[in-house]
Design a protein around this ligand. Structure first.
Ligand code: TMP
Length: 203
């Protein structure tokens, strides 16, 4: 494994991925370990602009347009990612797996199309490790209700999120040694320990 790995946090809504990436980033900062943290869609200034457009409740794009916008947001992060690749630890809140899970497994868009554009954009930029956070339908619904505001992608039906999560798990199973599945239905502090313990082995 590279000394400066690329580590991705994935999962459906309310699965705890943002909590863990923020906690890891805080831990690295506290220990003066240089890293960058970005989210997708978002990250670079241009990608954040595209994020606003995709997730706005005022938008009503079709699924192909959404795919192209998610990929456009990624394209706007490529320079930033390549600049730091292998030089700094890179933490990413959602990446390629989210596009496959949401746009292919959730919305039925052709998988080869998604893979082909991602390969074109990313070339030799590789993810070293992924924390896949999973959550039960019951807990997802409960946690979504606690959110102050919901964006356009927080409003699909439960079956959609079930398909997306199954898609994520399928991806994890293809390269299981490069994934750790975090069951966010379990105690948060226990999971926090699991993630930090694995992080320490990765860096
Ligand atoms: P979040 O990162 O704040 O959870 O919200 C981003 C939303 O965008 C989330 O519902 C997942 C969705 N998404 C896709 O559908 N495809 C993608 O490629 C990415 C990166 C995110």
């Amino acid at each position: 494994m590279s000394k400066k790995p690329v580590i991705v946090f994935e999962g459906i809504e309310c699965s705890g991925k943002s909590y863990h990436i923020n906690n890891v980033s805080r831990y690295l900062k506290k220990n003066k370990i240089d890293h960058i943290k970005i989210r997708e869609p978002g990250g670079s200034d241009n990608s954040e602009k595209i994020r606003k457009l995709i997730l706005s409740n005022k938008s009503s794009f079709n699924k192909e347009t959404d795919l192209l916008l998610y990929l456009a947001a990624r394209s706007e992060n490529v320079n930033l990612l390549k600049k730091h690749y292998k030089k700094k630890i890179i933490l990413i809140d959602r990446f390629v797996d989210s596009t496959i899970a949401y746009q292919h497994y959730g919305l039925g868009i052709n998988l080869e199309l998604i893979k082909s554009v991602n390969n074109h954009l990313l070339k030799k930029f590789n993810v070293d490790f992924t924390f896949l956070n999973i959550v039960s339908k019951k807990n997802m619904i409960k946690r979504l209700k606690l959110r102050k505001s919901l964006n356009r992608y927080d409003k699909f039906n439960n079956k959609f999120y079930e398909n997306v999560q199954k898609g994520f798990i399928k991806l994890a199973k293809t390269k299981i040694r490069k994934y750790k599945i975090i069951n966010s239905n379990l105690d948060r502090s226990y999971n926090k320990f699991l993630v930090l313990d694995k992080m320490n082995k990765l860096i």
